[in-house]
Design a protein around this ligand. Structure first.
Ligand code: ADP
Ligand code: MG
Length: 317
């Protein structure tokens, strides 16, 4: 459905996007995840044909976005980052105007507009001026704009920025429901958002793709070993010695001193082994009292940070 092939974008001598390639199949909901300045908006602006790549090509449903731009653009609904709306139009006037720009046929227009306003929950404010709407509603108008002409593909650039938590939940649910009928790319710098909505994540940092995978696989990939968090009372500081005698432990890392005199550590072992039983027994033998012992699961947050850190280190070498 969308094919990005060896695309590079330079602004002057600055390389904002550095030779990225990926494919998105019909019906997928894909998250473009990366910190601010990673190149998410630049990528989306190229996919929608707003800016031209310096090198490489982009195909939308087989059509080159630059060479067959009319056919390609017809497939795309775009919600840009900073919702540029016509503030002195009413919601309905605006959607009507956008329908004309997108050349929706006269025959279908009325029905289309009605559907879009219903879908985006804007029917009750359709005669209000856009400038008088709250941020959440403006965001919906922007989504309505993206839906005009019933495009197969929706490109949503940071759709939840500036919304309050309730509005964020609403918009996320709504995007998920749109995923049933559209192929969606949405960008975000918020990891939990992407993992909640998307089936596939493209992690981008400093203009380069650092990973493409499902949220679940990304989590597993970064799990280098099993991690166990222990809180112990260890008055004679025996833990290091004891740990040395347990096979399979890769690292003992001191985390903090607690106020009650206990200490917290993270113990990392090889991937396959679960050492909780062994640790429990050995510690007891040496009179190290365990107050708490639990397995620490690697989160997607860890995966994200790790991927980004690794790439940064490579870049600095
Ligand atoms: P993101 O959307 O991930 O925050 P952007 O795609 O907006 O990132 O920007 C990527 C990089 O390109 C940033 O370093 C940004 O400063 C730079 N950049 C974006 N647009 C321009 C432009 N028109 N001219 C020069 N540099 C730009
Ligand atoms: Mg951006």
């Amino acid at each position: 459905m969308i094919e990005v092939k060896n695309v590079t974008k330079k602004y002057g001598s600055f390389t904002a996007i550095d030779n990225i390639s990926f494919k998105i199949e019909e019906g997928e909901i894909v998250g473009l995840l990366g910190p601010n300045g990673a190149g998410k908006s630049t990528t989306m602006n190229m996919i929608t044909g707003f800016i031209e790549p310096t090198e490489g090509e982009i195909l939308i449903d087989g059509y080159d976005i630059l060479k067959k731009s009319k056919k390609a653009k017809r497939q795309i609904g775009y919600m840009p980052e900073n919702v540029p709306l016509y503030y002195d139009l009413t919601v309905k006037e605006f959607v009507n105007y956008m329908s004309d720009l997108k050349m929706v046929s006269k025959k279908e227009k009325k029905e289309n507009i009605k559907n879009i306003l219903e879908q985006t929950n804007l029917t009750n404010v359709q005669n209000k001026l856009i400038k008088n709407l709250s941020r959440g509603y403006k965001q919906r108008v922007s989504l309505a704009e993206a839906l005009v002409g019933n495009p197969k593909i929706l490109i949503l650039d940071e759709p939840t920025v500036g919304l309050d938590p309730k509005q964020i939940t609403e918009i996320r649910e709504y995007i998920k429901s749109l995923g049933k009928k559209h192929t969606i790319i949405l960008s975000s710098h918020i990891l939990s958002e992407v993992s909640q909505i998307c089936e596939k994540v493209i992690i981008i940092n400093k203009g380069k793709i650092v990973a493409i995978d499902t949220p679940q696989n990304l989590e597993t990939k970064v799990k280098e070993g099993n991690q166990i968090t222990v809180t112990v009372e260890d008055k004679e500081n025996r833990i290091e010695k004891v740990i040395k005698n347990i096979k399979g432990i890769k690292e003992l890392k001191f985390i903090k001193d607690n106020q009650d005199g206990t200490k917290e550590y993270i113990i990392t072992s090889d991937k396959e082994i679960d050492l909780r039983k062994e640790i429990f027994e050995q510690f007891a033998k040496e009179q190290i009292t365990i107050f708490e012992l639990k397995k620490t699961e690697a989160t997607l947050e860890d995966a994200f940070m790790k991927l980004i850190e690794n790439k940064n280190e490579e870049g600095e070498k």
